[in-house]
Design a protein around this ligand. Structure first.
Ligand SMILES: C[S@@+](CC[C@H](N)C(=O)[O-])C[C@H]1O[C@@H](n2cnc3c(N)ncnc32)[C@H](O)[C@@H]1O
Length: 269
């Protein structure tokens, strides 16, 4: 297989599996991220690795390829105004008087910082011991990122964007082999359900969400895929529910049932 054919193969494999478009210019990134997989199989050339993938019936290796080629960058309280908006504006607007239960979906949760940030804010403003009953669903296509999210253990430097007292209230410092780390306390992490899901695959939920965070993932999709994704997200929201997308993303020009309340904040019509 030629080098060009090998890249085309990987690009279309990732597109079929995730709808992420890895452009031509990403060749260096593809090569370096798959290096570990090649070493794991003792394969020396990228072309041979692609040949190996093509002739292999084993799904597990494809899971590793998706894990290696998805970009999981995230942070606690990333694009912080969204969390303030959620508790101060969106939830009060979308919850009918007297309603005390609601659901929030972190639709591309990566390594978990986003759903845990949602949980910190909800614990502050909608305390369960005052009668609030909320659930968070957190999904991602990367099994590796999801495993980290589920574990809820992070290096202490990752907490820099978090208020100090939240670290005390909602997290525990590690000791021994976990020195230099913290973990989210189980009573808070227990309110989050982590699930593997492809946003463009089969999705079904028992009830709709009041709010969906789908941030910094659409940016990797082409416009038709973005439109398809946002239309299906609308189906999973209650009427008047909110969709929060990344600060560098926009629904401009997409034929979708949302009105823009602020840049990156949309309300279902
Ligand atoms: C850059 S991270 C964004 C994390 C978080 N939402 C944030 O804004 O900080 C993008 C995530 O989207 C996930 N992703 C990419 N394609 C996906 C798909 N088709 N279905 C579900 N998740 C996907 C990746 O695995 C990655 O974890």
């Amino acid at each position: 297989m030629s080098e060009a054919k090998a890249f085309d193969y990987i690009i279309s494999l990732i597109y079929d599996r995730t709808r992420i478009r890895l452009h031509e210019g990403k060749q260096h990134l593809i090569r370096s991220r798959l290096g570990k997989r090649m070493r794991a199989h003792g394969i020396e050339s990228f072309e041979d690795y692609c040949h190996f993938l093509q002739n292999m019936a084993d799904e597990d290796e494809l899971v590793h390829v998706v894990d290696a080629l998805t970009t999981n960058f995230t942070n606690f309280l990333r694009e912080k105004d969204h969390f303030d908006f959620m508790v101060d504006r969106a939830l009060p607007a979308v919850l009918p008087d007297g309603r005390s239960s609601f659901r929030v979906w972190s639709a591309a949760c990566a390594t978990g910082e986003e759903p845990y940030s949602i949980a910190f804010y909800l614990a502050e403003k909608f305390p369960v011991n005052q009668g609030w009953n909320w659930e968070i669903l957190a999904t991602d296509i990367s099994t590796k990122a999801l495993a980290k999210a589920r574990a809820g253990i992070y290096r202490l430097e990752r907490a820099q964007t978090m208020p100090k007292d939240w670290l005390k209230r909602y997290c525990q410092r590690g000791t021994g082999e976990y020195e230099g780390h913290f973990r989210i306390k189980p009573d808070l992490s227990g309110r989050i359900e982590f699930k593997h899901a492809n946003l463009l695959g089969d999705l079904a939920f028992p009830s709709p969400f009041e709010l969906i965070f789908c941030r910094n993932v659409m940016i990797y999709f082409d416009r038709p895929t973005q439109e398809q994704l946002v239309s299906r997200l609308a189906r999973f929201l209650v009427p008047g529910g909110y969709l929060l997308i990344g600060h560098s993303e926009s629904l401009n020009g997409l034929n979708v049932p949302f009105k823009c309340e602020r840049p990156s904040i949309y309300r279902k019509l």
